[in-house]
Design a protein around this ligand. Structure first.
Ligand SMILES: Cc1ncc(COP(=O)(O)O)c(C=O)c1O
Length: 373
């Protein structure tokens, strides 16, 4: 019997994966960096391979190696930087690396050549993110040069959008224009790599012309909205819920302080519950949190403690110690969305789910499409 846990609906992730395939009409690279956006690589990778996923993207080589513990077949691209030290390991585990500067590319090529292998790489172009990637002016020469390096197999070319989730399309259209210019030249030179990709979740919906050979979906895969301006269609289903047990109930007299700093003081005789989840689980230490108990919203009193929060139970008379409490997710026909929590915490849904702590067990369930209608 768990006290505090994340419930991850793998059926929802599989369902969302199918929707993204149907919408984009492309292979979908499942972006599973940061422990699958907090959902857990150990559950998400097998669930995706069961529905035939062929690609996944991670931020770091350590994450790619973690993926390999659960699937030998899925193609893995490291989207971030990898030190040349890892080349032999990447080769042994058939992991693709990203290249975006000549020095590192040369170091990769040397190490791969030394053991008589070809390292699979995707070149990254910075068309307007201001992050990783060669600048557009240098891109064609860089790719042509990369292709001459023995030891490297340039399989892919990609870029990343900075503002595809916004209502103003202009910045993304400019990024697409720059990327298309590079592609056109490479195509004429017969140097276009096999896998060209650019779209994140938001771009899949907003910029169909930028789907190229595959799309890279993170947030939508988990059933979360790319942004308020780019909400998902209602057919998508969120996969993560944060749950904990109600562990104690008592009635405090008027004027009682609750929690550190007594940031809440009872007005009357009040029924106060203690829930076993706190900021060391990932709950933000702010005033104004809410939870669901017996499907009813109950306010969190004062600021969260490290492992516990206190809740007001005057309107939930049926509450008993041992009951399940939902910090986000659904209960009894009511729902607290990750987006609602993000608004309360002054952040975005991406940060809420990726900040769920490692100590939370991930409990995998698999809802079927027909169960949720
Ligand atoms: C390079 C790259 N591609 C794709 C994604 C997926 O983005 P999203 O979660 O918005 O779909 C990310 C995540 O930030 C990324 O860094």
């Amino acid at each position: 019997m768990l006290t505090t846990w994340l419930e991850i609906d793998l059926g929802a992730i599989q369902h969302n994966y199918h929707l993204l395939q149907a919408i984009s009409q492309r292979p979908v690279m499942a972006v599973i960096k940061a422990n699958a956006y907090g959902h857990g690589i150990s559950g998400v990778v097998p669930a995706l391979t069961r529905v035939g996923a062929t690609w996944c993207g991670v931020a770091r080589i350590e994450e790619a190696l973690e993926v390999r513990r659960f699937s030998r077949e899925i193609q893995v691209l490291v989207l971030g930087y990898t030190h040349p030290f890892w080349v032999e390991k990447a080769l042994a585990q058939d992991i693709c690396l990203t290249v975006f500067d000549s020095q590192t590319a040369e170091a990769y090529a040397k190490r791969a050549q030394a053991i008589g292998c070809e390292l699979r790489v995707h070149a990254k172009v910075d068309t307007g993110m201001g992050r990783l990637g060669v600048l557009p002016d240098a891109a064609v020469d860089f790719i042509r040069w990369l292709m001459t390096l023995p030891g490297l197999k340039v399989e892919g070319l990609y870029t990343h959008f900075a503002r595809a989730d916004e209502s103003n399309p202009a910045p993304t259209l400019e990024q697409i224009r720059r990327f298309d210019g590079i592609l056109e030249t490479l195509t004429i030179m017969n140097l276009r790599p096999r896998w060209v990709h650019a779209s994140n979740s938001a771009a899949i919906f907003n910029f169909p012309q930028a789907r190229y050979d595959l799309v890279r979906a993170g947030i939508a895969l988990y059933g979360l909205h790319p942004s308020p301006e780019t909400p998902l269609p209602p057919s998508f289903r969120p996969a993560m819920a944060l749950k904990a047990r109600l562990v104690s109930i008592k009635t405090l007299p008027p004027g009682s302080g609750v929690g550190y700093g007594h940031r809440y003081v009872t007005q009357d005789h009040e029924r106060i519950g203690v829930v076993a989840a706190g900021y060391a689980d990932g709950i933000r230490r702010i005033l104004g949190n809410e939870v669901l108990i017996h499907g009813k919203k109950a306010p969190v009193l004062g600021t969260p403690c490290m492992d516990q929060i206190m809740v007001q139970l005057d309107d939930v008379i049926e509450a008993m110690p041992g009951d399940e409490v939902v910090i986000f997710g659904g209960q009894g026909g009511n729902f607290i969305s990750v987006e609602e929590v993000a608004r309360r915490w002054g952040t975005i849904n991406y940060e809420v789910v990726t900040n769920m702590m490692a100590r939370l067990p991930r409990i995998y369930v698999e809802s079927k499409d027909e169960e949720v209608g």
